[in-house]
Design a protein around this ligand. Structure first.
Ligand code: PEP
Length: 252
């Protein structure tokens, strides 16, 4: 039984005060939500305050990126132990905005992933195709490359500690969502790749979240798919009401 994860990626939004206020408001909602895990990913500046506000609750706090080195001359980057020191439980790795804005490669994703695992963080690893890949029938090929490159060298036991987020790039922030069936088909493809690389037990246990314009009015259809184990949400995670509605997505 895979416990769903509802994770909010706040990107470059929210001050420290806004972050603390938001977490205080969702804590009681998360406390009642035994059906899922709740995670928020504030910007770096608000992580320590977020972790303090979330302390003792079941709201996980995620960074949005990580550097692979323990420390060093990397202006603007944040080391794994710094995220742990700030109180993070999770870290998003390989988000398409990092891949496209900062040219992040699968090899870098892989280094970040290994560093996050070594630091004891739960990585949320993002993969997803651009529209041209989807339209030219290359989705499977692109995801295989990202999966094999990003997850290279992981042991099955390391793999069992990660969460995968399938985020078709054409659906992020565009209002255009993959249909539940389309997302589920792609999740099956990812689970097959996991099966080939890490074995049946690990593949059937890994949580695969869907991300891309998830909103309160479409989350029910997506979550009704057995293959979809939660959502990584950008825009609709920024308001308490909509994030609360996502946490309490319609269930049978
Ligand atoms: C995201 O940033 O991971 C995302 C899925 O954004 P949005 O929900 O706004 O499409």
């Amino acid at each position: 039984m895979r416990k769903p994860v509802i994770a909010g990626n706040w990107k470059m939004y929210k001050t420290i005060a806004e972050t603390v206020d938001f977490i205080e408001k969702i804590k009681p909602v998360a406390a009642k939500a035994e059906h899922c895990e709740v995670v928020v990913a504030p910007p770096f500046t608000a992580l320590a305050a977020a972790a303090l506000a979330a302390k003792g609750s079941n709201v996980g706090v995620s960074a949005q990126d990580i550097h692979w080195d323990k420390e060093g001359a990397h202006t603007g980057d944040i080391a794994p132990a710094m995220l742990v020191d700030a109180g993070c439980t999770h870290v998003i790795i390989g988000h398409s905005e990092r891949r496209h804005d900062h040219g992040e490669t699968d090899e870098q994703v892989n280094r970040k992933l290994k560093a996050a695992l070594a630091a004891g963080l739960a990585p949320i690893v993002c993969v997803g195709e651009i529209l041209a890949d989807r339209e030219s029938g290359r989705t499977g090929e692109v995801l295989k490359t990202q999966f094999e490159g990003g997850l290279a060298g992981l042991t099955p036991s390391e793999f069992s500690r990660i969460i995968i987020a399938y985020e078709p790039v054409w659906a992020i922030g565009t209002g255009r969502t993959a249909t539940p069936e389309m997302a589920a088909d792609t999740h099956r493809l990812l689970r097959d790749l996991a099966r080939q690389k890490f074995g049946e037990k690990e593949a059937s246990a890994v949580r695969i979240l869907y991300g891309g314009s998830v909103k309160p009015d479409n989350v029910g259809g997506l979550m009704a798919q057995e293959e979809i184990d939660g959502a990584l949400v950008g825009g609709a995670s920024l308001k308490v009401d909509s994030f609360t509605a996502l946490i309490n997505y319609p269930r049978k």
